[in-house]
Design a protein around this ligand. Structure first.
Ligand code: ZN
Ligand code: ZN
Length: 414
């Protein structure tokens, strides 16, 4: 038996960047790429740029963000400032995407960055940003371009995830978890991803054949029936853009997901993990749906932030995504709580309020917004996932003829 070669941090970082490029965004020859990155992760972004150019990208434009620069606004700007957003920048991104550019985001958000800031201002800034970002985000949700999100460990995020450890130990533990989730620590990460994508493809094929009219989630504090949109399609793993580029939108990814019917969700559901939203931690979420709409929403912490989110627009209190993730997924088995949706959503079944994905609807890439809405596909300026699955949750599929089929038991495939 061959023993696993011990890789240095530099080697692991390079492999992680390679996965972000060759599994994640996969630029086509000559394609431009818009990359965003947190300043603490510039070493990772530089490696990603190298791999983007090696893969044929013609021009990588990098936009850098920084927590202290974001906080400067909260500390020193006038109150009226919080209804403004960099629309010009997002318009430029939308123009780049329409001209064929790809998108790579390298994130490492501090989950508690805005703790202690005014809730109203956070909500207003988020709403202004969501509105300004809309033309660019629509290029992504409509499936126009190849795009991907990867993460790297930042100090504040690591301390939030592992408060009991020293700064140094926390950072190293988070990197280790990130390298494991991106399979950068395996013998051949690209081959490992090919195998993983094949498994996800097989799973979505079974669900697409089943043509369930609804899913029912049952567990502690949860009895929720999620009607599925007419002509919904299950997605997961690899996606294909309008121009035929194949990519993995998220690294890591363990989910298969589809479009709920935005008028046909009924019952109540309790979140199984906290959610980090705009730098605030929202914990102990419990909501009740009637005819697709959240009519009651409580949280043990961050309730005001949750209410702000749900009142963004008409679609923000309705579902745009439902996703199945086995309880035995590697991220769930790690036992870690990341306070980051990219990771935590891959540890448990989840749902998202807000915008739905066109690729999760039959003919969704060409259908009009009105037609998609009539078939149940939700529309909103926001898309926020939260986790509802755990080892104590069962999922049934309700067939067109009313038959009930076990889909998951204890959130494992039945
Ligand atoms: Zn999801
Ligand atoms: Zn989502």
């Amino acid at each position: 038996m061959a023993s696993k070669r011990r890789l240095s941090f530099a080697q692991l970082l390079d492999r992680h960047a390679q996965v972000a490029v060759r599994v994640g965004v996969r630029p086509t020859p000559g394609q431009q790429v818009v990359m965003t990155v947190n300043q603490e992760l510039l070493p990772l972004a530089r490696l990603a740029a190298k791999h983007l150019y090696l893969a044929g990208a013609s021009n990588v434009t990098t936009i850098i963000d920084d927590d202290e620069l974001t906080l400067a606004r909260y500390r020193h700007a006038s109150d009226a400032a919080f209804d403004q957003a960099s629309g010009w920048l997002f318009d430029g991104m939308a123009a780049a995407f329409k001209a064929g550019a790809a998108r790579l985001a390298i994130i490492g958000d501090n989950p508690g960055m805005l703790a202690g800031q005014d809730r109203g201002r956070i909500g207003r800034a988020a709403a202004a940003r969501a509105k300004a970002y809309k033309p660019a985000i629509e290029c992504i949700t409509s499936g126009m371009i190849n795009w991907s999100i990867s993460a790297g460990a930042t100090q504040a995020w690591a301390k939030q995830a592992f408060p009991e450890l020293s700064d140094r130990a926390a950072l190293s533990k988070l990197w280790k978890a990130i390298f494991a989730a991106s399979r950068a620590d395996t013998e051949d990460p690209i081959a490992a991803w090919a195998e993983h994508n094949a498994t996800l493809s097989a799973r979505k094929a079974i669900l697409n054949q089943s043509r369930f009219s609804a899913l029912r989630f049952r567990g502690p504090g949860t009895d929720l029936t999620v009607g599925l949109a007419d002509g919904h399609v299950w997605a997961g793993g690899e996606s294909t853009s309008h121009s035929g580029a194949i990519f993995n939108a998220n690294v890591p990814t363990e989910e298969v997901f589809t479009t709920p019917h935005c008028q046909r969700v009924d019952g109540y559901v309790t979140a199984s993990r906290p959610l980090s939203l705009h730098g605030t931690i929202v914990d102990g979420i419990a909501v009740r749906f009637e005819n697709g709409r959240i009519v009651e929403a409580k949280a043990e912490a961050g309730e005001e932030t949750l209410h702000h989110l749900l009142s963004t627009d008409e679609g923000a209190s309705r579902l745009g995504e439902v996703a199945l993730v086995p309880h035995s997924s590697p991220i769930s088995k790690s036992g870690l709580l990341f306070f980051n949706t990219l990771y935590d959503e891959n540890a448990a079944c989840h749902m998202a309020v807000g915008q739905s994905y066109a690729k999760c609807m039959d003919g969704g890439k060409t259908a009009s917004k009105e037609e998609l809405l009539a078939r149940g596909a939700n529309h909103s300026d926001v898309h926020v996932d939260w986790m509802i699955g755990s080892g104590a949750v069962d999922v049934d599929g309700i067939c067109q003829n009313g038959d009930v089929v076990p889909v998951m038991r204890g959130c494992e495939w039945a």
